[in-house]
Design a protein around this ligand. Structure first.
Ligand code: AMP
Ligand code: MG
Length: 326
């Protein structure tokens, strides 16, 4: 029985996994009153909700504290104040339960959770607020084959949405507006397997200021930004010769994005399977941390460490981690 803690950014969550089954996945998200995330406020949010979320998770999983054998903690990468709050909570829990901690890289957890829906060796298109990467396993590491050169796709969408006055988080609202929009050309920026969004952001904001409709801009944003990512993901599939694509991250909740990925996989000559976990496992969540921790620990016992030896690694990259559990 592994208890997972997610704390890297806006979400505080507790997940419980046993024999690769998710028994609980409780979360609470910090939403800024206006503008973007303020790291200290998000950390204060985590501190405030932690106990409540923890007890809700135990109740949901119908387990006793004594059944928890280890704590998996998303100690990297993320906002330092948020990570620190998560670490504090994990340490005090580890001490009261007399268990050790498995540090888990948040981005890798987005990939590993795809095993819960049947993927074995996928390319992950990870599209979240702060992160946008194309990740796959190659010689002992999860390597980044492509990524955004400026802002994460979710942050890009949220910034544009804020400019157009439709609030935070922007993604779900942009998706609704897009249903009624028509295509207008926007900057399509992809270099190899890397993408960039700042040019498109500027262009959309200029067009909006000149009176272009939110519907048309939303539709065109989706068609352009998602096509860039799908193109990069296809290139990564061709390059790595992998036969599975997985979507992860909050932006992966978008139906049109999922559809474009599904079409690309179906049209490839090399048969490619497409996987998309359910929504509660796509957004930042602690079930994926518990699940990944359990997977890591089941293969490599040395990944379990004493609580006082665990630290936060706000800038740890996906390919910094030695993948010893495969
Ligand atoms: P994450 O950082 O993985 O929790 O994802 C949060 C991001 O996902 C935010 O930027 C949201 O705007 C975005 N998002 C959530 N739902 C959707 C959606 N349906 N379409 C596009 N983006 C979305
Ligand atoms: Mg994430």
């Amino acid at each position: 029985m592994i208890l997972g803690i997610e704390c890297t950014a806006h979400t505080f969550g507790i997940g419980i996994s046993n024999k690769r089954k998710i028994l609980a996945n409780i979360r609470d998200m910090y939403v800024p009153e206006s503008g973007g995330i303020i790291p200290m406020d998000s950390a204060a949010h985590h501190k405030k909700v932690a106990d409540k979320i923890y007890h809700e998770a135990l109740e949901k999983a119908k387990i006793k504290e004594s059944e928890i054998k280890a704590i998996a903690l998303s100690n990297a990468p993320g906002l330092a104040p948020c990570l620190r709050e998560g670490l504090e909570f994990a340490k005090s829990l580890a001490s009261s339960l007399s268990v050790k901690i498995i540090p888990v890289n948040h981005c890798i957890a987005h990939l590993e959770i795809s095993r819960s829906v049947g993927a074995k060796d996928p390319v992950l298109l990870y599209a979240s607020g702060a992160n946008t990467q194309i990740i796959a396993y190659a010689s002992k590491k999860y390597r980044v084959f492509g990524e955004t050169l400026d802002l994460g796709i979710g942050n890009f969408i949220d910034k544009v949405a804020r400019h157009m006055g439709i609030g935070f988080p922007g993604g779900p609202k942009i998706e609704q507006h897009a249903l009624k929009g028509k295509y207008i050309e926007l900057p399509y920026s992809i270099k190899g397997m890397d993408v960039s969004f700042s040019g498109m952001q500027t262009k959309i904001q200029q067009l909006y200021d000149k009176g272009e409709s939110i519907e048309n801009l939303s539709f065109s944003l989706q068609e352009t930004a998602f096509a860039m990512l799908v193109e990069a993901a296809e290139r990564a599939l061709a390059h790595t010769e992998k036969k599975e694509l997985v979507l992860g991250g909050g932006v992966a909740c978008n139906s049109r994005f999922q559809e474009m990925c599904r079409i690309m996989c179906a049209e490839r000559i090399e048969k490619t399977k497409f996987f998309c976990p359910e929504k509660s496992l796509l957004v930042d969540n602690a079930a994926m941390i518990a699940f990944t921790g359990e997977l890591m620990f089941s293969v490599d016992k040395s990944l379990l460490v004493d609580a006082d030896k665990v630290d936060i690694l706000p800038r740890e990259r996906t390919d910094d981690v030695n993948v010893t559990w495969r």
